[in-house]
Design a protein around this ligand. Sequence first.
Ligand code: NG6
Ligand code: CA
Length: 519
Amino acid sequence: MKHKLPLALFCLFAGAGWTSPALAAPAALPNIVLIIADDLGYGDIGCQGAVGIKTPNLDRLAAQGRRFTHGYAPSSTCTPSRYALLTGEYAWRQPPKKTSILDGDAPLCIAPGRLTLPELLRRAGYVTGLVGKWHLGLGDGETPVDFNTEIKPGPREIGFDSAFFLPATVDRVPTVFIADRRVAGLDPSDPIRVSYRERVGDEPTGLEHPELLKQPVDKQHANTIVNGISRIGYMSGGKKARWVDEDMADTITTRAVQFLEQHQAKPFFLYFGTHDPHVPRVPHPRFQGTSERGPRGDAIQQLDWSVGQVLAALDRLKLADNTLVIFTSDNGPVLFDGYSDQAAEKNGDHRPSGGLRGWKYLVYEGGTRVPFLVRWPGRVQAGVESRMICLVDFLATAAALTGQTLPAGAGPDSLNQLPVLLGQTSAPVRTELVEHGLSGALSLRQGDWKYIPKSAQKRASGMGSGANPNDQRWADAYVSEECLFNLANDPAETTNLAAKLPEKTAALRARLEEIRRQR
Ligand code: NG6
Ligand code: CA
C-alpha cells in the first residue's frame, strides 16, 4: 500500500543532491517498524562477530540495509534509553528518580502533553502500535496503580493507538500483559496486588524456597515466584493472567504480526520491544540448547526468530519495499544479572560487547553502543555506516521524514539524521553524544574523543549485593580517575590520555558541563 507523501518530503526527494537515479522517484510515506531488543550487545549478532550464536535473520536485515557501527542507545539502562527514544530528550535532564530503572508500579515518566515519537507520527496520519516491553511507568503517581481497573495514563495516553505490553521488565512484577488499559485475561474474582515494599499474598518467594526455582537467584530477584522464577517485587492474584516465560516470544511476535496485518490501509508505526535477551532468560523449549552459549545465546536466537517473523510478514503482505525497518537495542549486554543461567560460564570466546569496553549500566562504549540496522529498500543505501546515530535522534528524524517542524522545546537533544539515512550528505549530523549510565553517570563522546569524569560511576549501587570483585561488570564500574580516550585508535578505551593531554581533557570537561546545563 502506498501512502501520500507530504509536500516537504516530496521536495526533499526531488531536490538537489538527490543524485542516485534508483532513488530519484518520489517515495511514499513509509511504514515504520522499530524493533528494540532488551540488553542485546554490539557483538551479539552474527554480522558483528557473535561466536556460538546464530542470527541469520538479523544478518540478512543488515546485508539488505545500512549497518551503523556507531549507533548508540542514549543510556546504558532501559527506562532512560526508551524515554529519550520516545521524547528526543536525554533522560538525565529529568529528576533522576523519575527516569531511572522503574519498578512495575512506578508512575508514567513521560509528562502529559510532551510530544512523543508516536504522537508525532499520529499527527502525520500514522496508526501507531506498541507491542512488547514498555518500562516507562503507568498511572499519574497520585494514586497507586490499580491493576484491576483501567490503567492510565500509559502508552495510550502518550500517542499509541493500541498497546499490548509488559509493564516493566521480565524480572519484575506484575508478570502480566496489559492490552490497552486492562490486564489481559484478568479474572475479576482473583484481583492482582503488587508491592515492592512489603510482601503481599502468601505465595512462596525465591528467598525461602530456592528449591522451587528453575534458576538460582541473588537476593534482589528472590521475591514472589511466578512460573518457577522468582522476581523483583511481590504480587498476589491474577493467576490466569500471568505470563509463561517460555511462551512470551510467541505471544508478542504473534501480536506484532497481527498489528501489521490489521493496519495496511494507513501508514503504520510499530514499536516492537522484545523482552529477549533480558533476564530471566527462559526461551521456548524449541530454542533451548540451540546455541552454544546456554540460555542467553538461546534467547538471542529466539529474538532473531521473532525478527524473522516480522520481516516475513512484511514480505508476505508485500509491504517490505515501503517499510522502514530499524533494529536496535536499549542498552549494552550483561552476562550475570541476578539469575544463574550459565551465561558467564558458557560465554567462551563470544564477546557480547564486540570488543568494546564495559557492559550494561556503564558509560564505556560497551554500555551504550548497540546493534543499529536500518532497512528501507531503494531509499536507504545498503552498506556499512560509521557516522554516529543515537536513539534520541528518532524524534527529529521522524519529523523531517513526515514533513513536520518540531514545536519549540520538543526533542531538545534530537538531531535530524534523515540526510545521513538517505545519503544526502557525507558530513556527520551528530558529532557529540552524552552517554548515560547507572546512578546518573555521564560521559561525553566528541568526534573520536571520549571523556569520562572522575568517579563517574560509583560502585554498583543497588546492583546486586553479590557483586563479586571478579565480576567484570563491577571491576569496570568505578572510574577512579578522569579519563580521556581516543576511540579512533583505541576503540576499547584502554589507554587513558588525560594526564598527557590536559588541555583537551579540560575542554571536554567544560563541554560536558555546558551540555548538562543546556535545556
Ligand atoms: C536492575 C536489576 C536487573 C535488571 C535491571 C533493569 C537488580 C539487582 N538488578 O535493578 O536484574 O532488571 O534492573 O534492566 O535488581 S533494564 O534493561 O530494564 O534496564
Ligand atoms: Ca535493557
